[in-house]
Design a protein around this ligand. Structure first.
Ligand SMILES: Nc1ncnc2c1ncn2[C@@H]1O[C@H](COP(=O)(O)OP(=O)(O)OP(=O)(O)O)[C@@H](O)[C@H]1O
Ligand SMILES: [Mg+2]
Length: 233
């Protein structure tokens, strides 16, 4: 964390997409700062650039301008090793469309990040503890009796909970969440939001993007993304 108490800071983030001769300006100077322990919602219309911004904050994409700092570290200036460590250990990502692997069962999907993180030897040494952590997460998320299911054998809400479990596997200091209830009915979505509220109460820092203001209201602070810039709500 830096001296201001911010875990994440974005300054003047710009992002363009080139489509043939035209340039689509999606982010036009986004500024935001997230305090440790905060649950921040960013609300914006479909196509406003929420997923684009979240991918940049998680170092899954690079901005065309501006700076992202995580605990004071400028992501653009970090070396490949530091970025890999950031992606695998510091940040957890819950994607808009789950991105679970159908070839793996629920338990394997959840502990996948810790396998890729450690390499094969490290994995062999740590697999007992890793499997224990995966089992704990499964039961916390109400999925204990779904451990052997494949993602296509799950309901939408269950898939979303698996995606949350995978994001939490390495105990990230920052959780980035993209439209977590977009594909769910309101009751199931409500259950998912309760999971985030409980995580936040336990100290988890969360940044969530959504098009739905009602969902955003479950966070402790809301800002908006409009015309490629951040505004207060
Ligand atoms: N790879 C790309 N190439 C060109 N244009 C893109 C690309 N990715 C996104 N866009 C455009 O950028 C804009 C922002 O996309 P983004 O996915 O960030 O929006 P969003 O706010 O997450 O929308 P939604 O609420 O529908 O998920 C959209 O108009 C989209 O068409
Ligand atoms: Mg999106």
């Amino acid at each position: 964390m830096n001296e201001n108490g911010f875990i994440l800071e974005a300054e003047n983030i710009c992002k363009f997409y080139r489509m043939g001769a035209t340039r689509l300006k999606v982010l036009r100077g986004v500024n935001l700062a997230v305090k440790k322990g905060e649950f921040l919602a960013i609300v914006g219309a479909s196509g406003s650039g929420k997923s684009t911004l979240l991918h940049i904050l998680g170092a899954l994409d690079r901005p065309d301008g501006g700076v992202v700092r995580f605990e004071g570290m400028d992501l653009a200036k970090a070396g490949a090793g530091q970025i890999n460590k950031f992606r695998s250990k510091s940040v957890g990502f819950v994607f808009q469309f789950y991105h679970l692997l159908d070839e793996l069962n629920v338990q394997e999907n959840i502990f996948l990040p810790s396998m890729t993180d450690k390499g094969i030897i490290g994995w062999l040494f740590s697999r007992k503890a890793t499997k224990r952590r995966a089992r704990e997460l499964l039961s916390e998320l109400g999925l204990a009796d779904r451990a052997s299911h494949r993602p296509y054998q799950l309901s939408g809400g269950e898939r979303q909970r698996v995606a949350i479990g995978r994001a939490l596997m390495n105990e990230p200091r920052l959780l980035l969440v993209d439209e977590p209830t977009g594909n769910l009915d309101s009751e199931t979505g409500n259950g998912i939001l309760t999971v985030f509220e409980e995580l936040n109460r336990a100290g988890q820092t969360i940044v969530m993007v959504t098009h739905d203001e009602r969902i955003a209201r479950r966070a402790s602070r809301i800002i908006s993304l409009t015309d490629g810039k951040i505004g207060e709500v």
